[in-house]
Design a protein around this ligand. Structure first.
Ligand code: KG4
Ligand code: ZN
Length: 337
């Protein structure tokens, strides 16, 4: 089954062609980072407009690179929740138009279900059941994946997402948007013990819940007291800030993996591209004897191949969406995904 995937929930316009939920024929992403960088965050109206400009060329590029036509597609999968509503609508309306013209089946995909599915595009995906740490710009949660059709969120962040903590920290330090990759790069030569930042909700009693908003405030206080450093001191500050995020993510993941008796752990979402997180989780896995699975960095951040992979599983179960499929800006991960 050949699926056209479409993703436009935030600031990436993406289209991909994936065969049988596994074989990526093409994977095209048009990023809007330049559009939003000067504002230090995504401006929803600008995102919608950029999606409108990009969506048709991106779909065309995905078809061209896969050397196929719309007539050769067996189904269409589109992110319909959650995200910026104007941004979601652009991908959704495009997918509906293609479905209507070609009379091919359409399914809506939850964005996090997409992130969870990126790993199935790899040659050696985790078996079921497994634990997933979902860490993106909008979400941070631990999810028990029993099957493609059964996922259970065990806990999530009470406030900011891990990616948001990276982005807000980077903005405070004047490092631009999105800041996660910049902090990641600067932190590589820094000392993670240079500045003591809080490890919020690290206690076992807090289960699978997270909180990152206090960390951002701690950085604000630090910057107010000491100013924004440069050179080695900036690298040290970035490494220390990053360590506070990574340490809590890793500590919780290993505790919940043990509690749930799961020996396989996948990490997905934009923050899964973080070097320190990947290294720390691999080390924790080696100690606790769970295997860690992480998609390549380009499949951690938003893309449409992961949406096509998730949509494939819905399509083969016989699911079909009507042309009344709606964009839902805020929506929990469906348990029966
Ligand atoms: O999954 P994603 O592309 O979009 C959402 O669904 O939110 O994640 C984007 C987030 C941003 O917050 C970005 O700063 C973060 O992922 N990110 C990183 C890295 N690359 C992207 N955070 C830490 N280290 C990275 N290397
Ligand atoms: Zn995402």
């Amino acid at each position: 089954m050949r699926v056209l995937g479409l993703e436009s929930s935030c600031d990436e316009t993406a289209a991909a062609i994936v065969d049988d939920g596994k074989f990526v024929r093409s994977d095209v992403v048009a990023s809007q980072h330049e559009v939003h960088a000067r504002y230090g965050g995504v401006v929803p109206e600008l995102a919608s407009r950029a999606h409108v400009v990009n969506v048709v060329p991106v779909v065309q590029a995905a078809l061209d690179r896969a050397s196929c036509t719309l007539a050769e597609i067996d189904g269409i999968a589109v992110t319909n929740a959650p995200g910026l509503v104007g941004a979601l609508l652009v991908g959704l309306q495009t997918a509906k138009a293609i479905a209507w013209v070609t009379k091919k089946p359409l399914v809506g995909v939850h964005h996090l279900e997409g992130h969870l599915s990126a790993i199935y595009l790899e040659p050696d995906p985790p078996p079921m059941p497994h634990l997933a740490l979902v860490v993106s710009g909008g979400h941070t949660s631990l999810v028990r994946v029993n099957d493609h059709a059964q996922v259970i969120e065990l806990g999530a962040t009470r406030d900011d997402a891990a990616g948001e903590a990276f982005d807000k920290g980077a903005k405070l330090l004047g490092l631009g948007y999105p800041g996660g990759a910049v902090i990641d790069r600067l932190a590589r030569t820094g000392d993670p013990k240079a500045v003591a930042f809080p490890r919020a909700m690290a206690a076992a009693s807090t289960g699978a819940e997270f909180s990152f908003s206090g960390l951002k405030t701690a950085l604000l206080h630090h910057v107010r007291a000491h100013g924004v450093p440069d050179g080695q001191a900036l690298a040290d500050l970035c490494a220390s800030y990053q360590a506070a995020i990574v340490e809590v993510l890793v500590r919780k993941t290993r505790r919940i993996a043990r509690r749930e008796g799961l020996g396989h752990v996948q990490v997905c979402g934009g923050v899964a591209a973080n070097h320190a997180l990947r290294v720390a989780l691999a080390a924790a896995g080696a100690e606790d004897e769970f295997r860690v699975y992480v998609p390549p960095p380009a499949r951690c951040t938003d893309n449409a191949a992961m949406i096509a992979a998730a949509g494939y599983h819905r399509l083969i179960r016989g699911e079909r969406a009507g042309l009344d499929l709606d964009a839902v800006p805020s929506s929990p991960l469906p348990r029966g995904a």
